[in-house]
Design a protein around this ligand. Structure first.
Ligand SMILES: NC(=O)c1ccc[n+]([C@@H]2O[C@H](COP(=O)([O-])OP(=O)(O)OC[C@H]3O[C@@H](n4cnc5c(N)ncnc54)[C@H](OP(=O)(O)O)[C@@H]3O)[C@@H](O)[C@H]2O)c1
Length: 348
């Protein structure tokens, strides 16, 4: 079964130090290993493209401890949605769909180890790429980060940066589904602001054209109750200048700083004192106990048409490096992913 197939892979050609470019990626083709007892053969259908991947590619994994550091020639780490096409494992059968750590490759023989974080997808009648968005790690990040760390209440004023991206676009919709408001989204273009508005945001800020701190002050005169931070840097500082009493600041990501050689923290962190605000870090893999609850709630909201996946699909396995490079210039409109086999979306 496996001999006639070729495994296409993207590997690390050079460790990035600052910005990513094509010289960091190498393409190769490999035979597929035979499937042993207790293993499954997965065919990648959608592969994830996420800001953290540049860190995975850095020397010593950029100091990031959840995935093993990559050497030159190693397949790049990355999650994906895959179809089980052969199974010698009691818990999986042909035709099942999973999301998990597949790596940047078109096939994977998996022993379903803990490190691979393989999660069987429930059949929900939505495009299978939801397993990389609302019904997968991106959705769990949005849900666990916002609900657990942000502790939102109905009527809370919520600010979300990176609001047209994968995590941010879901946080905007979760906030609305929970009765928060006003919900303000920050993004980097008029088109992105229009998309966030369609998702239900009450107000938008285009950070490339507007003074963010001033606009927050106008739109949320009583201050921010929950700020969900995907970007760090100057936008985080603008938010800290506008906190309501007892505000919660959730540190999910800081993409504005990832490609910088020297990172600076927020200069105005002392604003937390007067507002008695909490600023807390968040890391999705520490919240595995809440993934099931996240998935159930997200599925309910999808069914009730309160939430949908905003995705930016790049067609074809060969587009993976460009798809990742473009994330750092804000090219993506929604969660960026790669459809490994161009064509119709798989409904599962
Ligand atoms: N803590 C966790 O467990 C966890 C889990 C998942 C993701 N994350 C983090 O969450 C954030 C969002 O991840 P995602 O996968 O959903 O990515 P994403 O938001 O879909 O894509 C990245 C977006 O960041 C924005 N951006 C890029 N450079 C920027 C800059 N200099 N200033 C402001 N915005 C900038 C761009 O949108 P604009 O055009 O609007 O600028 C771009 O589209 C990332 O920082 C990621 O590392 C953390």
């Amino acid at each position: 079964m496996t001999q006639d197939k070729i495994n296409r892979q993207w590997t690390v050609a050079r460790h990035p130090e600052t910005s990513l470019d094509h010289s960091h990626f190498a393409y190769r083709e490999q035979p597929i290993d035979p499937v042993g007892d207790g293993q499954i053969l997965l065919r990648s259908r959608y592969l994830n493209v996420a800001p953290v991947m540049r860190m995975y590619m850095m020397k010593n994994g950029g100091g990031f401890s959840t995935e093993s550091p990559l050497e030159i020639g190693d397949v790049i780490h990355g999650r994906g949605v895959a179809e089980v096409i052969e199974s010698k494992h009691p818990d999986f059968k042909e035709g099942d769909f999973v999301h998990g750590q597949l790596g940047w490759q078109s096939y994977k023989v998996s022993s379903v180890t803990q490190g691979e974080k393989i999660i069987a997808m429930q059949r929900r009648g939505v495009p299978a790429y939801y397993g990389l968005s609302a019904l997968g790690m991106t959705g769990y990040s949005a849900y666990c980060g916002f609900v657990t760390r942000g502790a939102p209440k109905a009527g809370d004023a919520v600010l979300v940066s990176g609001a047209a991206g994968g995590v941010g676009s879901l946080v905007v919709q979760i906030a609305k589904a929970l009765g928060c408001g006003p919900v303000v989204g920050i993004a980097g273009s008029a088109e992105k602001c229009r998309m966030i508005s369609e998702l239900g945001a009450d107000e938008m800020i285009n950070y490339r054209e507007e003074d963010v701190a001033e606009r927050i002050g106008q739109l949320l005169p009583d201050g921010i109750d929950v700020y969900f931070d995907n970007v760090g840097g100057a936008i985080l500082e603008a938010a800290l200048d506008n906190l309501a009493r007892d505000a919660r600041v959730v540190l999910c990501g800081s993409i504005s700083e990832y490609q910088q050689e020297k990172r600076t923290g927020p200069r105005n962190y002392t604003s937390l004192r007067a507002s008695e605000a909490d600023m807390r870090g968040f890391f999705v893999y520490n919240h595995a106990a809440d993934f099931e609850r996240a998935e159930v709630d997200m599925a309910e909201w999808i069914k009730a048409e309160k939430l949908r996946a905003l995705v930016d699909i790049s067609d074809g396995f060969d587009t993976m490096p460009d798809a990742l490079i473009g994330l750092y210039t804000g090219e993506n409109l929604g969660k960026r992913l790669v459809r490994v086999v161009p064509g119709e979306d798989v409904i599962f």
